[in-house]
Design a protein around this ligand. Sequence first.
Ligand code: PMP
Length: 282
Amino acid sequence: EYVILNGEILPRQDARIDVEDRGYQFGDGVYEVIRIYNGKMFTVTEHLERLEASAEKIGMKLAWTITELEVLFARLIEINSLETGIVYMQVTRGISPRSHAYPPAGTAQTLVAYTRNMPRPELNFSDGVKTILTEDIRWLRCDIKSLNLLGNIMAKQKAAEAGCYEAILHRGEKVTEGSSSNIFIIKDGSMYTHPANNFILNGITRQTIEKLCAAHGIPFIEKEFSVAELEDADEVIVGSTTSEVTPVVEIEGKPVGDGKPGHVTRQLQKLFDGEIERQCGK
Ligand code: PMP
């Protein structure tokens, strides 16, 4: 089992992070998760461009180019013989004596990446998942994929304690996204999802779904919707890198539609499979 530390690939047990790494102390960094199918990275450019964009939004210029990162991760996937899974990566503002303000210019960033085997959640795809609702108490820059995830993990924990897969977040009446996913509703044949602004992470899966909808005549509408509209939807989808297109069949104990994955969801799952095959092969 190998990992990446800064520019190097080394055995996991040899990777060491300093106690004053700013990622560890402040969550001062950004991350990405990329899906691997057939040993190949899915939507890799989109993920690496978002990593770069997240870094820029917190005043960090990535010390590695997108091309360098892609080459490094491809080598890691190969050396770990990963077929189906993920590569996780994070870049922090580096190691410096603890002080809130950014460290001196020239402080080396810390890059860490590792892979993990992860089968596709086929049972969730076919049967759907249960969810809860919880207030979105996060900060106002949810568009940044930052290492600060307390608001997200506390919401997910609440879902886990309720025996549910995901927590659907809302700011007052308006649904924003899931604790680690985007939320889509289908009403009368149209898909609705929260606009890509500071209140949500613009998911790469969300962008893939948008393209697939556009290419196949499913109206895709970026518009806020309320908790009441969510509960009244024909179909609800949780979308993310690891969840892909997962049907939601229950919200707070109440069924979505007839309580089974709907037909637009199933159509999208097939289109998503096709896109995976197109990019990563069968
Ligand atoms: N929103 C949040 C808060 C997330 O953590 C994720 C998962 N990274 C997403 C949305 C979905 O993003 P993606 O499709 O790029 O995985």
